[in-house]
Design a binder for this molecule. Structure first.
Ligand SMILES: [Fe+2]
Length: 268
């Protein structure tokens, strides 16, 4: 992309791919001269019961200071246990205890990064019977306590609604829309649900084109909340760059009738 500079409003990267690779970091700095960059973290585990990895956080601050990102975001999930980094974004029970823990971690992240942090709604495959609030209310309370912003992943809503059996439109209606700074759309993969033969579980693989149901919910979300900078997430089974850019262009087409606040659809 440094050489050909295709048309894209902005790009999103995982900082963890650049921290241990000085050459890649230099390329990223070069890229940031031509494109606004959004930093999407996968190694800051705000949902872990233990403490945040401060060394990791400081390295991300260092990278952010070099590329001056438009957003820094991460998931409402946990992905570390003591010194182990797990390969999955694992779910949280939505309780008062979890609220206190996650809010304290987000405070620490925002103070160390010196920037607002965006929290993304996860794709769900299980829920906890002892949760005392729904995800939208949990996110609203997190915003209230920390002043963080939100990344609304519309495809995650579609996936979670299918897997958990709730109404995706109701979820969007309940979402704390005032805090949304960015949106995601990503492809998912239906698989046979081993626990319930004959039914499907949808997996958030980012390995396929955006499903029609995600486009439809995206249009519904924009009609309710207005357009936001939107990223196409496609990380596996990559298509050609023109095919990826066509997905971003389609998101722009849907958004065109809606006033944009700070940006355009983009891709990574
Ligand atoms: Fe996402």
């Amino acid at each position: 992309m440094v050489a050909t500079r295709p048309r894209a409003g902005w790009l999103e990267i995982h900082p963890e791919n650049f921290l241990a690779n000085p050459h890649a970091a230099e390329l990223l700095v070069e890229l940031s001269a031509n494109y606004p960059i959004s930093v999407h973290t996968v190694g800051i585990s705000v949902g872990s019961a233990g403490s945040i990895d401060r060394w990791h956080l400081k390295r991300i601050r260092g990278l952010a200071d070099r590329i001056k990102p438009i957003f820094v975001s991460g998931h409402l999930a946990w992905s570390t246990y003591r010194n182990e980094y797990l390969n999955d974004l694992l779910p949280l029970p939505y309780t008062e205890e979890t609220l206190r823990l996650v809010a304290a971690h987000i405070d620490e992240v925002q103070n160390t990064l010196g920037r607002p942090y965006l929290i993304e709604n996860p794709a769900s495959y299980v829920t906890f019977q002892f949760s005392t609030m729904n995800e939208a209310d949990f996110l609203a309370e997190i915003v209230l306590r920390t002043g963080c912003q939100l990344l609304c992943d519309v495809s995650n809503v579609v996936v979670s609604a299918h897997n958990m059996g709730f109404d995706p439109h109701q979820y969007i209606d309940d979402f704390p829309s005032h805090a949304i700074a960015e949106m995601h759309l990503g492809g998912f993969t239906p698989e046979e649900d081993e626990a319930t033969p004959g039914s499907e579980v949808w997996i958030d693989t980012h390995a396929a084109a955006i499903d029609r149901r995600s486009w439809d919910l995206y249009a519904y979300t924009l009609q309710r909340f207005g357009a936001k900078p939107t990223l196409i997430e496609w990380d596996n089974e990559l298509p050609s760059l023109p095919a990826l850019l066509r997905e971003a262009a389609y998101a722009e087409e849907i958004a065109r009738a809606i006033p944009m606040e700070t940006g355009h659809a983009s891709a990574h």
